[in-house]
Design a protein around this ligand. Structure first.
Ligand code: ADP
Ligand code: ZN
Length: 433
C-alpha cells in the first residue's frame, strides 16, 4: 500500500475535523479581503466556530455569484501574486473564471498526485493525458499531478484519434486520463484500424469530467483489460483532484483536509442525513487566491455510509458516483429521471456499442422519449428477429427502471454525433416553438 502523503491521507477523524475547523476560520478571515465576501461576512464571528458543521452558519455561494462578480470579485490577493487563470467548460451557461497563486497550484498538484498514487499508478508509468488542455482544468490539472509523481507525461490532449493510438503504441502508454465517452470511441477506432484494444500496455485509466455509470466503467475495463478509476472535480474547486477512487473502487475519497463537504436538499438547501442523496456543497479550506465558501456544485451524489473505514486505510469520506447535475433531471410524462439511469440499462446489453442519445419531444399533449443506440456491426447481419427481440428487451428493461416506455431506435456504429469534450447525451426539443 503506498501513499503520496500518508500523514494527511490517514489522519484520524478527530484530528481531521480539528484541522477543518482551524482552516475554515482562516478561510473566512481571508475571504474578507475580497470585494464579494467582505460585505457578506460583516456580521459573522468565525472565532465561535467549534465544529465543521458550523460552516452552515455561512451563506451559500452560487455559480451566479461567480458570474456576477466576474472577473476579480472573489480574489483575496494582490494581482501580482496570481500565476494562473482557469475557466469552467461553460456546460450550463456563461463560463466562470478561477485564479490561483503559486502555492494554490502546488496544493492542487499535490492533491492530484495523491489521487494518482492511490490507484496504484507510479513514477514508472507512462501517462497519456487524453483530455483538453487550455482553460479547461482537466488537462493541466492531471498534467501537473502526474509530473509531480514523476510519470513520463504525454500531453496528447484530445482529438486526432489515430495519432493517440500511435502514441500509445510507440511509447507504451500504461496509464491514460480521458472522458469515458471519448475513450470508448478510441477503442472503436482501434478496432477499425485492426488493433485489439487489449494488446496495448495500458493498465490503468482515469475517467471523469462527465457522468457515467458503473456499467460504463466495466465496459471500459473489459474492452481494454485495465482498471478504471472515477475522477471528480470542477474548475471552481481547482479541477480534478477533489475526489477520486482508490483501489477498492467503492466510492471516491473526498479530500477533506482541503475541502469541507456538505450534502443538502437541492430544493431547500437543508442538510441531509449521511447516506441520503443530494447536492454537494463544498468549501475550500486551503485556497489562497480565490477561496469559496459553501459552493453549490449542482452535482448530485451521496456519502458512502457503510460504517466501515476504507480498506485502503484512508480516513477521508467517500462519495458515490455523480448521478448528474440537478439540472440534468428530465421530467417526462410527470416522471423524474436522469440520463445516467438509461445509460446504466444500455451498457448492460453486450450488443449495445458505446454511443447513445436520448431525445425528448412533445407529440401533441404527450412527451415522447426516444433512445437512439449504436449497436456493434455484428448485429446488422440481416437477422431481423434478433434485432426485434433486442429492441423489446431494452424497451422493457428501461421501462421497468424508469416507468416511462421509450421508443428504442438502432443505429450503426459511428452514426450518432460525438463530441471530443463532454458528451451531449440529451436533446430536449420541448421548450422550442
Ligand atoms: P462545467 O460546469 O462548465 O462543465 P467544469 O469543466 O469545471 O465546468 O466541469 C465540472 C463538472 O463536470 C462537475 O460539476 C460535474 O457536473 C461534472 N463532472 C466532473 N467529474 C465528474 C465525474 N467523475 N462524474 C460525473 N460528473 C463529473
Ligand atoms: Zn480507500
Amino acid at each position: 500500500m503506498t501513499f503520496w502523503d500518508e500523514n494527511a491521507e490517514t489522519l484520524p477523524r478527530d484530528k481531521l475535523e480539528e484541522l477543518q475547523v482551524k482552516r475554515l476560520k482562516d478561510t473566512v478571515a481571508r475571504c474578507r479581503k475580497s470585494i464579494f465576501y467582505r460585505n457578506r461576512f460583516k456580521d459573522v464571528d468565525e472565532s465561535r466556530f467549534r465544529k465543521p458543521e458550523d460552516v452552515a452558519l455561512l451563506p451559500f455561494t452560487t455559480k451566479n455569484d461567480l458570474r456576477m462578480n466576474y472577473d476579480f470579485g472573489l480574489v483575496t490577493v494582490p494581482r501580482d501574486e496570481i500565476v494562473r487563470m482557469h475557466s469552467s467548460s461553460g456546460t450550463t451557461g456563461k463560463a466562470t473564471v478561477i485564479f490561483h497563486t503559486r502555492r494554490d497550484i502546488e496544493t492542487w498538484s499535490d492533491l492530484v498526485a495523491r489521487c494518482i498514487v492511490m490507484t496504484g499508478a507510479n513514477k514508472a508509468d507512462v501517462f497519456q493525458n487524453i483530455i483538453s488542455y487550455g482553460m479547461f482544468t482537466g488537462g493541466l490539472g492531471l498534467h501537473y499531478g502526474a509530473e509531480k509523481v514523476g510519470m513520463l507525461t504525454i500531453p496528447s490532449g484530445v482529438g486526432n484519434t489515430k495519432r493517440q493510438i500511435q502514441l500509445m503504441k510507440d511509447f507504451n502508454t500504461t496509464v491514460f486520463h480521458a472522458t469515458p465517452s471519448y475513450i470508448l470511441y478510441v477503442s472503436e477506432v482501434m478496432v477499425q484500424e485492426g488493433y485489439d484494444p487489449k494488446e496495448f500496455d495500458l493498465r490503468i485509466g482515469f475517467v471523469g469530467a462527465e457522468p457515467h455509470s458503473e456499467q460504463t466503467r466495466q465496459r471500459i475495463e473489459d474492452i481494454y483489460d485495465i482498471d478504471a478509476f472515477n475522477s471528480y472535480g470542477m474548475s471552481e474547486l481547482n479541477g480534478p483532484g477533489v475526489a477520486f477512487e482508490c483501489e477498492e473502487k467503492n466510492g471516491m475519497h473526498f479530500w477533506e483536509d482541503q475541502y469541507l463537504l456538505e450534502v443538502v436538499n437541492p430544493q431547500t438547501g437543508e442538510k441531509l442525513a449521511p447516506g441520503e442523496e443530494g447536492e454537494l456543497v463544498v468549501t475550500t479550506l486551503g485556497r489562497e487566491a480565490m477561496p469559496i465558501i459553501r459552493y453549490r456544485t449542482g452535482d448530485l451524489a451521496r456519502i458512502v455510509d457503510d460504517g466501515d473505514k476504507c480498506a485502503c486505510g484512508r480516513t477521508h469520506v467517500r462519495i458515490s458516483r455523480i448521478k448528474g447535475r440537478c439540472d440534468d433531471m428530465l421530467i417526462v410524462r410527470g416522471v423524474n429521471l436522469y440520463p445516467s439511469q438509461i445509460e446504466d440499462v444500455l451498457m448492460s446489453f453486450p450488443e449495445v456499442a458505446t454511443n447513445y442519445q436520448i431525445l425528448v419531444e412533445r407529440e401533441g399533449a404527450l412527451d415522447s422519449l426516444t433512445v437512439k443506440v449504436e449497436l456493434y456491426p455484428k448485429m446488422f447481419d440481416g437477422d431481423l428477429r434478433k434485432l426485434k427481440k433486442l429492441e423489446s428487451d431494452i424497451t422493457k428493461t428501461i421501462q421497468e427502471d424508469i416507468v416511462v416506455r421509450p421508443k428504442v431506435e438502432f443505429h450503426e456504429p459511428g452514426s450518432l454525433p460525438r463530441t471530443e469534450g463532454k458528451a451531449v447525451r440529451v436533446i430536449d426539443t420541448r421548450g422550442e416553438m
